[in-house]
Design a protein. Structure first.
Length: 563
């Protein structure tokens, strides 16, 4: 059997264990050498960075092995699912760079088939209608070493079960009054095999099927059978489903249908955040963040709004790799991948976050000029731009100190620094307000140093950025930090809640002064504010008042950490 991959896995790394399984299957001509995966989100919330890893893995495997990947929505719980979530999921998958072609499916597509599967199990004596409440079923489950208590309805006849199941479908019974359960093994050490619920009664409007159904399959029953119906060869899921695999295989075996192979890998956990959809929903509905796309959220839409790129997220997923054991990945690695991408594509501009005015005393009064600045030193094709310069400019307050310590290379009385792309200037005095705060810095400039070049070879160690006071544009800068103060907000002690560790300073909004070219900024445009950080234009931006989200700082702690 020949390897039917579209192109070989790069030799720069060894195959991870899922690739090894797939290549062994191809060699053995299992499933005729087909590779067919799926990404199966539940449309009950927005996708997050953990889902991004699964998206990259499933679509990536299909691409590498010349296979197919379906997008399937496991929409079996209408009480929590909405079309909004379906639309957001499709947008996120496309934004990440993946296309499912004509393979958009829904578990609800198979409701009739799944119902018939339930009937088949009843006819085989492998399923029964149970009148116990959810609480009673839970109380009777036993423990891993104590068998479950049999339901008093476990031995109903096939005829009675068929009649009751039909009447459940027809809407004859109220919510929660009856379930369909599998008859498996009440003494199994795997609690999922102790007569699990297959169907429950829910008189709820479904976003696709409307009110056609009032019974809905449980996730465990719908998931594997949907895989089988679609001909999925490798059903890749996260480790929490490992204990579900015996049940997955039992259903397939008892129904005698096509057999996909479930393979589990470690889910992605990232420091300083939570990945539970329930908790993320709580943050949204509780007003702790400004919606699912809040740039502090780990959702893909939040990362996109903050200024992350799909390339950075794919690079992150590749660097994290595919493992068999859960672990926590440092947020710094995600930021490192982001800087690698943004450094290549971001236009450079100068913006002053905390301005103080500088007056250049010997600059010709009323004169302005345009100086040439480089748009991106990493991309020669990005070209240059003209930046206005005048005798009054703004610099960062932190770039001036009256009584500097040793090895302070920025502006101070009597010292000379380079204004980026402009001139050498020397501080000759300051004006202060009634509180003793520096209000204006007075400097002189060397006209022969235009472009920031030394006319006589003298060394100037400090270079600072600036904007012309006359031409500066006021912009809003939203400075984001970790949403949580601790690395593991999920790890709480008794009496604590993960929300106790929310960072009160996760968002600071300030007004900055930027060079006038930012007026042309378009939503999601990527910029590096020189010496400050990487910023992205927020969709809230308005004419004459750009709004920038700080995507990430310039400092890369990951590279230092890994040296």
């Amino acid at each position: 059997m020949t390897d039917n991959r579209e192109e070989p896995i790069e030799e720069r790394r060894s195959l991870h264990f899922i690739e090894q399984i797939i290549e062994e299957d191809i060699r053995n001509n299992k499933n005729d050498g087909r590779v067919h995966t799926r990404f199966p989100p539940e449309p009950n919330g927005y996708l997050h960075i953990g889902h991004a890893k699964s998206i990259c893995l499933n679509f990536g495997l299909a691409k590498n092995y010349n296979g197919k990947c379906n997008l399937r929505f496991d929409d079996t719980n209408p009480s929590k699912e909405e079309q909004e979530y379906v639309d957001s999921i499709k947008q996120d998958v496309r934004w990440l760079g993946f296309d499912w072609g004509d393979r958009e499916f829904y578990a609800s597509d198979y409701f009739e088939t799944l119902y018939e599967y339930g009937v088949k199990l009843i006819r085989k004596g492998k399923a029964y209608v149970c009148d116990l409440s959810a609480g009673e079923i839970s109380n009777n489950r036993g423990t891993p070493v104590v068998p479950a208590t049999p339901s008093p309805y476990r031995n109903r006849s096939v005829e009675e079960n068929l009649d009751l199941f039909t009447r459940m479908k027809q809407g004859e019974f109220p919510d929660g009054s009856r379930t369909l359960r599998a008859r498996i093994d009440l003494a199994s050490p795997n609690m999922h095999m102790r007569d699990p619920v297959l169907y429950r009664i829910m008189h709820a409007h479904h976003h696709r099927t409307g009110d056609n159904w009032c019974i809905y399959p449980m996730y465990d029953f719908a998931h594997g059978q949907s895989d089988s119906i679609e001909g999925i060869t490798h059903s890749v899921c996260t480790l929490e489903f490992e204990v579900h695999r015996p049940l997955y295989d039992w259903f397939i075996r008892e129904l005698e249908i096509f057999t996909p192979q479930q393979i589990e890998f470690a889910r992605l956990n990232v420091s300083y955040t939570v990945m539970s959809k329930r908790k993320l929903l709580e943050l949204v509905t509780g007003g702790f963040v400004n919606g699912w796309d809040d740039p502090r959220m780990p959702t893909i839409s939040g990362l996109r709004r903050r200024g992350y790129t799909p390339e950075a997220i794919r690079l992150f997923a590749d660097k994290v790799g595919v493992a068999k054991r859960d672990n926590v990945i440092e947020f710094a690695l995600l930021e490192h991948c982001l800087r690698e991408e943004l450094n290549k594509r971001s236009l450079r501009v100068m913006a002053v976050m905390n301005p103080v005015k500088v007056v250049i005393d010997n600059y010709p009064e009323g004169h302005t000029e345009e100086l040439t600045a480089i748009n991106n030193p990493e991309d020669p094709a990005a070209g240059t731009r003209l930046v206005p310069f005048s005798g009054e400019i703004f610099i960062e307050k932190e770039d001036f100190m009256e009584n500097p310590p040793r090895k302070y290379f920025r502006l101070s009385p009597g010292t000379e620094v380079r204004l980026r792309y402009a001139y050498f200037v020397t501080c000759v005095g300051v004006e202060k307000d009634e509180n003793g705060e520096v209000k204006v810095i007075h400097c002189t400039y060397d006209p022969a140093s235009q472009g920031g070049n030394s006319p006589d070879g003298r060394k100037v160690q400090g270079t600072i950025h600036w904007v012309s006071a006359q031409h500066a544009i006021k912009a809003e800068a939203r400075l984001y930090d970790h949403l949580f103060l601790r690395e593991d907000p999920d790890n709480v002690e008794e009496g604590q809640d993960y929300k106790d560790f929310l960072n009160p300073d996760s968002l600071k909004i300030t007004e900055c002064m930027a060079e006038p070219g930012v007026l042309n900024a378009k939503p999601f445009g990527k910029y590096q504010f020189e010496r400050v950080g990487y910023f992205s234009v927020d969709p809230d931006t308005k004419p004459q008042k750009p709004v920038f989200n700080r995507t990430v700082s310039l400092k890369d702690s990951w590279t230092k950490h890994t040296r």
